[in-house]
Design a protein around this ligand. Structure first.
Ligand code: GAR
Length: 197
């Protein structure tokens, strides 16, 4: 059984998909805790299943590194096998990344290396691409630069705006995340090898 800790900042619909997958006894992972940088609405999905939550707010610390040290300690306390950033909207300090890489993955709403950063859906629309999608990648010390694990593609349709396109992306990235975490748990994906290649 793979022990997973999920980091979120927002509505947590991807967290919810993972919570639901973990309710299936055949699914080879379980969520040990959910952390956030804020009072995230998505905590409700954890609370429904009695999954513990914690908040480490940057504004409570004098520096980014001090915030990162506390975040790392809170994550470490759960000794997860895998950390999943599912809509966690902060760049992790290097100390956090080094502590967990390659066992720390991120879900990003674009086909990386295209459109890294916090406004991926808006940036893809502005660029006029006809296809976009979602990427699960290993977190490294850059911004959305770590090795790609899996991607799914969807068409950008005429009339799509940022909200409709993001909703369509979320629709495909939920199963992407569930399948990827399942594959890591079954050792069908080897994160160490991905980093080395
Ligand atoms: C997802 O689309 C995820 O790819 C994106 O935030 C959304 C979270 O949705 N992540 C990023 O933009 C990271 N840079 P959710 O809260 O409904 O799961």
């Amino acid at each position: 059984m793979l022990d997973v800790l999920v980091l979120i900042s927002g509505s947590g619909s991807n967290l919810r998909a993972l919570v639901e997958a973990c309710a299936d006894p055949e699914y080879p992972a379980r969520i040990v805790a959910v952390g956030s940088d804020t009072e995230a609405p998505g905590f409700a999905h954890a609370a429904e299943r009695g999954i513990p939550t914690f908040i480490v707010e940057p504004r409570a610390f004098d520096s980014r590194d001090a915030w990162g040290d506390e975040l790392r300690a809170q994550i470490d306390a759960w000794t997860p096998d895998l950390v999943v950033c599912a809509g966690f909207m902060r760049i992790l300090p290097a100390g956090v990344v080094r502590a967990f890489t390659p066992n720390i993955i991120n879900l990003h709403p674009a086909l990386l290396p295209l459109f890294p950063g916090a406004h991926a859906v808006r940036d893809a629309l502005a660029a006029g691409v006809t296809q976009t999608g979602s990427t699960v990648h290993i977190v490294d010390e850059g911004v959305d630069t770590g090795p790609v694990i899996r991607q799914v593609t969807i068409a950008v349709e005429p009339g799509d705006d940022e909200a409709t396109l993001h909703e369509k992306i979320k629709h495909i990235e939920r199963p992407l995340l569930v399948d990827t975490v399942g594959a890591i748990a079954r050792a069908d994906i080897n994160l160490k090898e991905l980093v080395a290649s």
